[in-house]
Ligand binder design. Structure first.
Ligand code: FES
Ligand SMILES: [Fe+2]
Length: 383
């Protein structure tokens, strides 16, 4: 898991000005709420007085109130009121928690979990066709799954599973002489892309058959953006496409929340929304059934701990990208976190730590910059 990327926090509807929302991301707890202007905020959940959970409290005057002794924190993370300080006292500078940059888009609230200044932050994965003529977007679907987010992203980059996991695509994997077709792999700004013509021309599903209308070859591809987001563009025909976007939030090392949006430029009738949603959920659950049984549950540190094939080249490339961010010192040291948690209250450093001192909570432990846990030679292993 890595700091310094944008993570989906919750859907827009889930975050309100009436009640704070507790969210676990990257193994730490956060509290999300809106102020009176409707702006969403995300703060570290640990009250710096004596460790109360802010999300268990309530809202008052645009602030979240700690349920233990009533300290109030504004959206900027600063404490505005301390009932136990006496009538003349003012909250000290240390009375603050980390507050994270937020963007609200596509019906989802995203937060930047890291301390980089705005100009150095990796971007949020954008949807260019959102709200444009000829495209219709689904509402965000949120899936809670019991596996590590990297296994999920790797599954998106894996063209070899389609014909085995998704019988609805045609199930050419059932043919004894089936072989996975070759595909193109290239680098993107913050990840990689793999794609090509699919063998899946024999759709069994009515919705898919209707979109294809018997024409041409389906061309599909998936690209990643940072460790935790990806898109899949499926061109059923040169004109008819589904563009799917997924931002993933590791809850911890064992669970993930996946925020999924499907955009389409065909079947634009709103009455088709339910059908498309049902279709996408069916396919998602086919993946979930396989991925939740993987062992180990997390991506192994070395590729020699699996036997990778040429069709795993995009998975291998994704793992190389993760090493880039590990060398930057952005990878969370989960072993230290596991050992010390309970004795130490941790926070992900927010950008505010660059401009002010006196932070009470320890910064989440990170693996040292420039180092990686496995050798490059091991990680190149394919075949
Ligand atoms: S622990 Fe939050 S106010 Fe005391
Ligand atoms: Fe799949």
């Amino acid at each position: 898991m890595y700091i310094n990327f944008w993570y989906p926090v919750a859907t827009s509807e889930e975050i309100t000005a009436e009640k704070p929302l507790k969210v676990e991301i990257l193994s730490l707890n956060f509290v999300a709420f809106r102020d009176g202007d409707g702006e969403a905020h995300l703060l570290s959940d640990i009250c710096v007085h004596r460790g109360g959970s802010l999300a268990e409290g309530w809202m008052q005057d645009d602030c979240v109130v700690c349920p233990y002794h009533g300290w109030r924190y504004g959206g900027d993370g600063k404490c505005t009121t301390i009932p136990s300080i006496g009538y003349d006292g003012k909250p000290p500078a240390r009375a603050k928690v980390d507050s994270y940059p937020v963007q609200e888009k596509y019906g989802i609230v995203f937060a930047f979990l890291g301390g980089l200044p705005a100009e150095e932050r990796p971007s949020l994965m954008e949807i260019k066709e959102y709200d444009t003529d000829g495209w219709r977007s689904s509402d965000a679907i949120v899936l809670h799954v019991d596996y590590y987010y990297e296994r999920s992203i790797e599954n998106g980059l894996d063209p070899a599973h389609n014909e085995f996991v998704h019988p609805t695509h045609g199930f050419q994997g059932a043919k004894p002489d089936y072989r996975v077709p070759d595909f193109e792999l290239k680098d993107l700004e913050l990840g990689c892309y793999c794609g090509g013509a699919m063998d899946s021309s024999e759709y069994k599903d009515d919705t898919m058959k209707r979109v294809r209308d018997g024409a041409g070859i389906t061309v599909a591809g998936t690209g990643t953006h940072g460790p935790n987001s990806m898109f899949t563009h499926i061109n059923f025909t040169p004109e008819n496409a589904f563009h799917q976007y997924m931002w993933e939030a590791p809850i911890n090392e064992n669970q993930t929340r996946i925020f999924f949006l499907n955009l389409r430029n065909c079947m634009l009738d709103p009455e088709m929304d339910a059908k498309v949603r049902e279709r996408n959920l069916d396919i998602a659950h086919q993946d979930i059934a396989i991925l939740s049984k993987l062992d180990p549950i997390r991506t192994p540190y070395s590729n020699t701990k699996e036997v990778l094939m040429p069709a795993d080249k995009a998975v291998a490339r994704y793992r190389e990208w993760m090493k880039v961010w590990e060398r930057r010192g952005w990878r969370i040291d989960v072993e230290t976190l596991r050992t010390k948690r309970g004795d130490i209250g941790y926070a992900i450093p927010s950008p505010g730590r660059r401009t002010s001192g006196n932070w009470v909570l320890d910064e989440i432990p990170l693996l040292p910059e420039g180092a990686e846990q496995s050798s490059t030679a091991d990680d190149a292993a394919i075949g």
